[in-house]
Design a binder for this molecule. Structure first.
Ligand code: UFG
Length: 341
């Protein structure tokens, strides 16, 4: 069975390609390499023994996208990762985010219609909940006004998919996966996160500081209403997250017709503070991290973690890897890429 993975050379995409191939699926990747590297393809091959089929183009190009689908009409399901994802950048350049993230989605859905492709998994985010009123947050929690244009593109994308299903203008089965905070890397250290420039996210900033690329990690705020004062997130190992996509595809293919999109929170159900992540990193790596507490980062919420029960009940999927495994694998990856540089 042939699966299209858009953004398949990116961080979560590449791990998902590996899991799909290891389960026997044929994968074709579309990526414009705007935030990834072509070498990821050969590293995927080193892990799985299979070089994924690859086409480099921009999914915001309607003609090119339509031609692609005509050529690959035998695709059975699509996992759509390809999108911009930096919160701060989206505030500075909202049209870049709305343009890229929304046009590409529309072009893909049109291509699916033209070629009667029915199964679609969408890469969404827990950012749609904002600061939830109740924790852990379940899929029934209300959607709050987005804190950034990036977050808004995820909310609007979910609505575009839902409206398309309701319109009955095409047969569409969709699963929306709302990720919490993916970190870590594949155990082989052949694929992982490759941030361009200065990382925005906590984990790559920690590993780059420990290896000497950054001088010091800034911990944004220790005056939150949490036990140690630093903000709490639900960190999930990227390999656990990748596995959920395989199960989601299998569900779509088996169930045939879901009348509305199914939504799943993908997290571990455990919240860890910034200081707990740092402590885990120092413990498992033996490295001492240079960090200092500074003021809060604008737009950050205090705490969020998932209620992952629905995913376990319906998908039979549960995150298995703990925080120490996540921080250890992130460090192994950082050492591997620094060696190459
Ligand atoms: N943090 C620091 N120092 C840093 C970077 C992060 O202290 O240098 C803190 C943040 O303040 C936050 C925690 O570490 O408390 C996690 O921050 P990340 O940037 O790694 O992750 P966020 O939770 O802010 O963002 C993630 C995704 C976004 C998504 C958001 C939804 O990266 O795409 O979750 O909540 F929108």
């Amino acid at each position: 069975m042939k699966i299209l993975v858009t953004g398949g050379t990116g961080y979560i995409g590449s791990h998902t390609v590996v899991e799909l191939q290891q389960k026997g699926y044929e994968v074709i990747i579309v990526d414009n390499l705007s935030n990834s590297n072509i070498n990821v393809l050969s590293n995927i091959e080193k892990i799985t023994g299979i070089h994924p089929e690859f086409e480099e183009f921009d999914l915001i190009d309607p003609k090119r996208t339509s031609e692609f689908f005509k050529k690959h009409y035998d695709i059975k399901a699509i996992i759509h990762f390809a999108a911009y994802k930096a919160v701060g950048e989206s505030v500075e350049n909202p049209l870049m985010y709305y343009g890229n993230n929304l046009y590409s989605l529309v072009n893909i859905l049109k291509g699916m219609k033209e070629n009667e492709i029915e199964n679609f998994v969408f890469s969404s985010s827990c950012t749609v909940y904002g600061q939830p009123d109740e924790l852990p947050v379940s899929e029934k929690a209300p959607i709050k006004k987005a804190m950034s244009p990036y977050g808004n593109t995820k909310q609007i994308s979910e609505e575009i998919i839902t409206d398309t299903i309701h319109s009955k203008s095409q047969k569409l089965n969709a699963i929306l996966l709302r990720y919490f905070n993916p970190i870590g890397a594949h155990e082989t250290a052949l694929i992982g996160e490759l941030p361009l420039g200065v990382p925005n996210n906590l984990m790559p900033f920690i590993t780059q500081t420990a290896i000497g690329i950054r001088e010091q990690l800034k911990v944004f705020g220790d005056d939150y209403q949490t036990p140690d004062g630093t903000a709490i997130r639900d960190y999930i190992h990227v390999v656990d997250l990748a596995k959920a996509h395989v199960v989601a595809v299998e569900r779509l293919v088996a169930e045939k017709c879901l009348k509305k999109p199914e939504i799943f929170n993908l997290g571990t159900g455990n919240g860890y503070s910034v200081l707990e992540v740092i402590n885990s990193f120092e413990k498992v790596t033996g490295e001492k991290l240079n960090y200092k507490i500074v003021g809060r980062r604008p737009g950050d919420i205090t705490k969020v973690w998932a209620n992952p029960e629905f995913a376990e009940k319906v998908l039979g999927w549960k995150a298995e890897k703990g925080l120490d495994e996540m921080t250890f694998s992130a460090w192994k990856w950082e050492k591997a890429i620094t060696k190459i540089k």
